[in-house]
Design a protein around this ligand. Structure first.
Ligand SMILES: *[C@@H]1O[C@H](CO)[C@@H](O)[C@H](O)[C@H]1NC(C)=O
Ligand SMILES: *[C@@H]1O[C@H](CO)[C@@H](O)[C@H](O)[C@H]1NC(C)=O
Ligand SMILES: *[C@@H]1O[C@H](CO)[C@@H](O)[C@H](O)[C@H]1NC(C)=O
Ligand SMILES: *[C@@H]1O[C@H](CO)[C@@H](O)[C@H](O)[C@H]1NC(C)=O
Ligand SMILES: [Cu+2]
Length: 673
């Protein structure tokens, strides 16, 4: 028996070469939600450059993505399956042209610009990778910085720098500036744990020059000892030891990918990709064996923003209040997956294209992987109650996972969407990578005299306190577009009339949210269940068909409401929000987050308190990881994860996995069962 769970000892590492590294088959046709192709990105570049020739304009692209066809158009297309040529294909670009931010909508079929508006509000677009590349070189050629490096006795050739967005602290005007921090790469590639602390370097990204510089005094750079994490550079002893572990699929994978459409077991869905959101899951439907049809669950889901506020108010750290999707781009920061490490040997991979600042397409190979994995037990029962006829019925759970990894500087975010035959979708997040370290002149905890705003994880190294708040956009369409949000509270009832020997019990009370204010949920304040139901569809016994949100462990913000950082990150004020579907409300922290004022957030939109009952609704779920660093997070941290579940609740007439057989048993050489 193959089991990944009980660590059966295999005598050798068995890997089967079922993996297809690039498996995108030629498209029979383009799905209307397919990400922009290499050719389409080039076309956007050409069309925009035609209007703003680069010989007399400065032009940089900060977003080039698909402008989805309208939802009703997609739904109509899906139900009638006409040819793709009848559907519009548009791209949306955000470009800075001569310091003005333009929002440009392009028709890719007629090759024309449909609209070109200038953004006059607060905040700036996502930074380009290219301008950050220029910014990090600037200190190395800057006299005062070289002096600071010399003064510290450091070798300039061993210095590398990185860009950090500056946030907003109440100023009315700001320019497109970033802080640049520098690190020592001498004797270790683990640069983030070796900051040259005490320097303030501000770069203007439009001017591409240092506009502010300050040396606050020498703080020792933490030593390189014990910061190496590459196995090739480690010295014995090694361990704990692993034995072989394999997934064997002699008949090939149980899923099919056609273009970007996936079908597996009872699920089908589409995999999209956006330079800002990264992975996008759309049109997820589950086949109902009894109703003989596919039923929609999720129209679209993705991570809308990731807010990472650090909790150190001192000069070196106060500004570290990052919005990784809006400022750096989850798609732009997606990395190539390492076969057999990031994804198992039975995974298939998809490539994607993003764009460079000049609009040139940039390939990210193996950006997404799809694989089946052993989960746990799908369901089971041992029947001991029938005399002389006891038996056990147990089914193996196999799940399908779609995975990407977004590495924004020091942190790696492992993003999974797991699909289960029992009808659940389980999105999960795991963090790995390197802590953000503050250099200090402290070698032992007993030298700490004041709050250091973090944990001393190694000599001279404080791992600063922070949170990671992800917010998921979940446009659920439970068996149809019109849904309601229900809150079921669990209430204690006291027995006072002597009718029972019990003094108390609990029961449920369900309330349908009428408007947005009814659906701002702080999880944990009262016991309850949250679900999205289709009030227009009922099971045969009369329940509304629905899906429950089993939330992640709730994390509540601890900053004050008047803190500028919290105003920008106000989408964390509640764990769950529900809004009526609105095409333009995509980014929970606002469209322009860099230096943004928090005037275009989910918290602002919902002030209208719009109706959400029996409407096309979107659920927003905040998934947080609070991070008080520990020594084990150093020099590289093991995965820290959290997940939530969308689980059918009276959606099916009965257990939809009742007739799901277990996978075929496989005998392995060297494995005793
Ligand atoms: C750039 O040149 C084009 C064509 O010569 C002209 O129409 C346009 O006004 C110029 N733009 C600027 C900003 O100078
Ligand atoms: C500085 O670093 C460079 C590049 O690693 C090296 O070649 C050089 O010898 C170093 N200089 C000193 C003084 O250590
Ligand atoms: C169960 O099996 C035992 C032993 O074979 C037998 O004595 C007993 O009568 C059986 N009980 C029933 C309910 O069949
Ligand atoms: C959609 O959202 C935008 C931004 O919140 C808002 O300006 C617009 O009025 C909304 N449209 C509708 C139809 O509610
Ligand atoms: Cu962290």
């Amino acid at each position: 028996m193959v089991s990944t769970m009980n660590l059966v000892l295999f005598s050798a590492l068995l890997l089967f070469s079922l993996q297809t590294v690039v498996s995108v088959t030629p498209l029979p046709f383009q799905h209307p939600l397919d990400p922009l192709t290499k050719e389409e990105i080039t076309l956007v570049q050409t069309i925009v450059q035609r209007k703003y020739p680069t010989f007399n304009n400065t032009l940089s692209f900060h977003y080039i993505g698909l402008d989805d066809p309208h939802k009703d158009t997609i739904l109509k297309w899906e139900s009638t399956k006409p040819t793709i040529t009848t559907l519009p294909r548009k791209a949306f670009a955000i470009a800075i042209v001569n310091t003005q931010t333009h929002e440009i909508l392009i028709d890719l079929q007629t090759k024309t610009i449909l609209s070109d508006n200038i953004h006059n509000g607060n905040g700036f677009p996502t930074l380009s990778v290219d301008e950050q590349g220029v910014a990090i070189e600037l200190p190395l050629k800057y006299g005062p910085f070289k002096e600071s490096v010399n003064k510290r006795g450091l070798n300039l050739s061993e210095v590398v720098c990185s860009t950090f967005t500056l946030g907003w602290f109440g100023e009315t005007q700001s320019s497109r500036t970033v802080r640049v921090e520098c690190f020592m790469k001498e004797s270790t590639p683990n640069i983030y744990v070796r900051p040259i602390s005490g320097l303030t370097i501000v770069v203007d990204l439009d001017l591409l020059k240092i506009v502010e510089y300050h040396d606050g005094g020498i703080i020792p750079v933490p030593a390189a000892d014990n910061t190496e994490y590459r196995l090739s550079q480690q010295k014995p002893p090694f361990g704990p030891k692993h034995y072989g572990l394999a997934t064997h699929q002699p008949e090939g994978p149980g899923f099919q990918i056609s273009g970007h459409s996936v079908s597996w077991a009872n699920w089908k869905f589409h995999i999209g990709f956006d330079p800002r959101a990264g992975l996008v899951i759309s049109l997820a439907s589950i086949y109902d064996l009894e109703k003989h049809k596919s039923r929609r669950v999720l129209y679209k889901g993705y991570i809308s923003e990731l807010f990472v506020p650090y909790q150190d108010p001192t000069d070196d750290f106060f500004y570290k209040t990052f919005f990784d999707a809006g400022e750096f781009g989850f798609g732009l920061s997606t990395v190539s997956l390492v076969p057999n490490r990031d994804c198992p040997s039975n995974a298939q991979f998809l490539d994607v294209y993003v764009h460079a600042a000049d609009g040139t397409p940039v390939l990210i190979s193996n950006a997404i992987c799809v694989f089946e994995q052993y989960g746990s037990i799908l369901w089971r029962h041992t029947e001991n109650g029938i005399p002389n006829e006891s038996f056990a019925e147990a089914r193996t759970e196999v799940n399908l996972v779609v995975r990407t990894i977004v590495t924004v500087a020091n942190y790696d975010n492992i993003i999974d969407w797991e699909f289960k035959t029992s009808g659940s979708i389980k999105p999960a997040i795991a963090l790995s990578g390197i802590l953000e370290i503050k250099g200090v002149d402290i070698k032992h905890k007993n030298e700490i005299k004041s709050d250091q705003h973090g944990t001393l994880v190694s000599e001279n190294s404080i791992g600063v306190y922070h949170d990671h708040f992800y917010i998921y956009y979940l446009d659920l369409d439970i068996d149809g577009v019109y849904n309601s949000f229900e809150k079921t509270s669990l209430k204690t009832v006291r027995v006072t009339d002597g009718s029972s020997k019990r003094k108390s019990y609990w029961t449920t009370e369900t309330e349908t949210a009428e408007s947005e204010n009814d659906a701002k949920i702080t999880i944990g304040s009262t016991p309850g269940e949250l679900s999205v139901v289709n009030p227009n569809k009922k099971t045969s016994v009369g329940n509304d068909v629905g899906y429950r949100l089993i939330p992640a462990i709730p994390v509540h913000p601890l900053l004050t409401d008047d803190d500028h950082t919290q105003i920008r990150g106000a989408f964390t004020n509640f764990n769950v929000w529900v809004t009526p579907y609105n095409r333009t409300e995509k980014w929970a922290g606002g469209l322009y987050v860099d230096h943004g004022h928090g005037d275009d957030t989910l918290a602002v939109w919902t002030k209208k308190n719009r109706d959400i009952k029996n409407k096309d609704i979107v659920v927003w779920h905040v998934v947080g990881i609070r991070h008080v660093p520990s020594q084990e997070d150093f020099p590289v941290m093991p995965l820290l994860s959290t997940a939530f579940e969308l689980r059918p609740t009276n959606f099916f007439e009965r257990n939809p996995a009742l007739k799901t057989p277990s996978p075929r048993d496989v005998q392995w050489p060297g494995c005793r069962s």
